[in-house]
Ligand binder design. Sequence first.
Ligand SMILES: [Zn+2]
Length: 340
Amino acid sequence: MIVITTDHAAHDPDRFTVAGDARAYWEVPARADALLGALRAGGLTTKPTTDHGLAPIARVHDAGYLEFLETAFARWQAVPGSRPILRAQAYAVRHKAHRPDALLGQAGWYLSSASAPIVAATWTAAIGSAHAAIDAADRVLAGERYAYALCRPPGHHAHTDMAGGFCYLNNAAIAAQRMLDGGGGPVAILDFDVHHGNGTQQIFYERDDVHYVSVHGDPAGLYPWFAGYADEVGSGRGLGWNLNLPLPAGAEDAAFTAAVGQGLGAIAGKRPAALLVSVGFDAQRGDPAANLAVDAAGFETVGRQVAALGLPTVLIQEGGYLVERLGANLTAFLTGLGVI
Ligand SMILES: [Zn+2]
């Protein structure tokens, strides 16, 4: 299995808001370093990502949004007195809203949460992360059974035109679209990050060529709050192509792997040509970003369950914020998968 690495470290926002307080940012470069250490210890081959340009990213994301992400930091630095980090100050809300021309207005239009600020290296890192996902998709299209993209920043909270939850470009969605554009028919995405992938759901919600299945903590008590409920089943042509399996707070390995098994069963029923997995390790017991209680044995079981499906599989790294457990959990998952 090939591992695609990215040049992400300069994207390193300092603080964000949790429970009303400014805290140190959780989505840190050390996360990827920990994961990479485990991959190297497992003897896996790594390769830096290649530049695919914007075209495959624009297959998923809105042109105005991409222009905002690319130019926002420079526009912000032109504002007298600005700090080297751009945060939204007022958000576009669910009532009638107009996209303004002013930078701070656009920040509130395109950045949906306090956990998606823009620093100098955000655009470069986000593009590199998306390109890593494309590389992994291309490897699987070329015939490899598995490829893993060490994506940072993660992607599954990024909508067609909105950043949020540490995510800017939806790496899994971009890779899924790449797989579709490469031929072979419908694909499925299994997302076992503890947070619902509201961006991935939104991107494919009305489509019947990507089956999105998410196992996550109940959004009634966890980010992203506004999506991820069991009654969100797709609409229009996409009806029946979206499956949410929320779990109660405190759920452990047994409940987690049972839900993954249920999700993979649904995926098998759609007979997809390939599988993409949004790999998150924040269901880990004690992760600061969540409230489930999965341990390494649970992630190893998930790896076995994914392998048993027998599909060509693209692995896309998402969340996981208990840095000292990331390496062990990735090793467990890949052991279950049978690649190390
Ligand atoms: Zn997460």
